[in-house]
Design a protein around this ligand. Structure first.
Ligand code: ADP
Ligand code: MG
Length: 326
């Protein structure tokens, strides 16, 4: 079906018909504004992220269901990085006329599936046509006890640096997609990332991280944000970087520097956090308790950023990370 036949309000009705509301929603989609009941004693965490066709996604690569899941996942990842519990989200869409209604249906299936998985309800948004390219803007609202919220600014010299999951798969997946490959682990990590919501909440509830961020622009760029805001430096041990078997196999086949994508590739959506050495055993057991884990990849120092290979040789990265305007 053509979007023209459905119209703006037809599309909104189609979206509203599929959305379900959790208990905090007093007024959902359909009025001029949504109304939500804040949980007593908790602060509200609010984040927004935009996905622009041609910049963040390519319709030649992404199937609509994965695109829907990823659009919410990248936003949930920011709430996770604060140790927050995501609750509600708003969806603003700018859609070019050529996009089929069936594509948007698939997008909504993926989006609402990701929402249900993490107990997050769609409570509103905005809908527009677009002269060029699809734009997806999502705002997620979360909650947490004010004393449990984890920021980027608490890293102290001596803290250890930890990361969940593995690094570099997503960037490898994107480069494989550009070379015409259409499936495999790296590609699904790029098109369909898992936000580390449970990990973030558990770590925060146990008061373990001194600072935390999610890796969207690459390990070095995002670690750089923690270091800037904490007024600290770091030493990273490259042989400790968590790399998947799939990554190692595909990367050694291309003969590329194996550290380049894990350090600078971006879109891993893993959690990067710091914690005092005495808390690391608890970090591991808390994460193991939810079937997850983390790797200790370095330590916080007073200043500077040093990357060391297994033999203790200083390593200079080819790139420092993704920057939209450079
Ligand atoms: P207004 O013109 O008053 O801004 P809209 O017609 O844009 O109202 O929206 C009507 C209702 O539909 C509102 O509750 C709004 O939040 C919701 N809505 C609009 N677009 C979307 C969307 N893409 N996803 C979810 N809800 C939407
Ligand atoms: Mg509106």
């Amino acid at each position: 079906m053509k979007l023209r036949e459905l119209g703006e309000f037809g599309l909104i009705d189609r979206i509203a018909a599929r959305a379900s509301c959790n208990s905090g929603v007093k007024i959902g989609i359909g009025d001029d504004a949504a109304a939500i009941e804040p949980t007593t004693g908790l602060v509200t965490l609010i984040t927004t992220d935009m996905l622009v066709e041609g910049v963040h996604f390519d319709l030649a690569f992404s199937d609509p269901v994965s695109l829907g899941r990823k659009s919410l996942a990248v936003n949930l990842s920011d709430i996770a990085a604060m140790g927050g519990m995501p609750r509600y989200f708003l969806l603003s869409l700018a859609v070019p006329h050529h996009i089929a209604v069936e594509f948007l249906d698939g997008f909504m299936v993926g989006l609402l599936e990701m929402g249900e998985r993490f107990g997050v309800s769609l409570i509103g948004g905005d809908t527009s046509s677009s002269g060029k390219g699809m734009i997806i803007s999502i705002t997620v609202i979360g909650e947490q006890s004010p004393d449990l919220v984890v920021t980027r600014r608490g890293a102290r010299p001596g803290d250890l640096i930890c990361v969940t999951g593995t690094l570099g798969d997503s960037a490898l997946g994107l480069s494989l997609l550009k070379r015409g490959v259409r499936d495999g682990l790296a590609i699904s990590r790029h098109l369909d990332p898992t936000p580390r919501v449970r990990e973030g909440i558990r770590l925060a509830e146990a008061r373990l991280p001194s600072a935390m961020i999610d890796i969207s622009d690459g390990l070095l760029a995002d670690l750089g944000h923690i270091l800037d805001l904490s007024g600290a430096g770091a030493r990273l041990f490259l042989d400790k970087l968590p790399l998947s078997a799939d990554y190692l196999e595909k990367c050694s086949a291309t003969g590329e520097d194996i550290y380049s994508l894990p350090l600078s590739g971006g879109e891993d959506y893993e959690l990067l956090f710091t914690a005092p050495p005495g808390k690391i055993a608890t970090v591991q057991s808390v994460l193991m308790g939810i079937g997850s884990g983390c790797a200790v990849i370095g330590e916080i120092t007073a200043a500077g950023l040093n990357l060391l290979t297994a033999s203790g040789v200083e390593y200079t990265p080819v790139e420092w990370g993704y920057n939209h305007f450079s």
